[in-house]
Design a protein around this ligand. Sequence first.
Ligand code: ATP
Ligand code: MG
Length: 365
Amino acid sequence: MTRSFRIAAIAGDGIGKEVLPEGIKVLEAAARRFGLALEFTQFDWANCDYYLQTGAMMPPDWKEQLSGMDAIYFGAVGWPATVPDHISLWGSLLKFRREFDQYINLRPVRLFDGVPCPLANRKPGDIDFLVVRENTEGEYTNLGGIMFPGTEREMVIQESVFTRHGADRVLKYAFELANARPRRHLTVATKSNGIAISMPWWDGRADAVGTAYPDVAVDKQHIDILTARFVLQPDRFDVVVASNLFGDILSDLGPACTGTIGLAPSGNLNPERNFPSLFEPVHGSAPDIAGKGIANPIAMIWSGAMMLAFLADAPGADGARYRAAHDAILAAIEQSLRDGPRTADLGGKATTAQVGEAIATLVGA
Ligand code: ATP
Ligand code: MG
């Protein structure tokens, strides 16, 4: 008897409510075909309607409600017309990231056959890499303040805080990932020529952690030229690791180079599994197209496949089945992008549900 997994399904706002059901549809098709034991529980909080009714994005016992879960499958949050983004975001998603210590933000970047690429002369296979972003510290602290506000002497300070614990664990994760891939190549984003204390230190931590991975080729690149190379030479990347701010920028730029944000998935991971990890599309709630049934569900579906790959390595899991289900979903996405129905962002006329149905059918076949 292999173990089952409890999945918290949280739709959030806008197109989150439209793409999440398609993701679940595909995961359920995969579960039937490969004999996976997934139990979904839907939560009707962490959305702006809940905030307007209760004055909070989530109930006080949200952490207890989610702590027993093996993963969180999350749509998108935010409805700026009624609730400012800093309230909705800090009241839900960013709480999950911090309180569940999801210190890895993993974002695959891949160009698919059949998807128009904004970069000239690029074909599928040229762009296929992973961005690993540090997700809990670094430049995103609230340490600092404004002195002499409103005067000629006004000045502002905001600190970056890196810890050896925080840097080493994200670097170790990235080295492990690179070591397990055929190319065994790791790009470390840095800026040691300009940010003269923290970035040389970060380079030093990469060297220290890297001694355990002699087979991984390491390429340290300054963030400015690194962003240029994402556009000009995307084929040179395999795994890219970066601090919170640099990783944030790279993990939006990467998917932008591969066609549409409607395809880009992500995992917010706590690799030790002390807390549930969270899988969500990179895109937001897209108020401009919400309610029309035209959002591309593939980012949500691919995020579900990432969740299965993560669960495959859990203690007691029948890993082979979960990996096979992941591969089948990716193959179905590939085939569907080649010759299946398309949503408007890819130039088609299909609805969200039609694309979800087509992929679920391919997965179940
Ligand atoms: P965030 O929530 O990260 O702040 P945002 O609100 O600025 O993001 P999104 O909600 O991601 O931005 O939307 C950006 C643009 O991309 C919008 O024009 C939106 O319609 C489009 N878009 C986002 N997701 C999808 C999708 N799944 N399918 C089609 N178009 C999408
Ligand atoms: Mg938004």
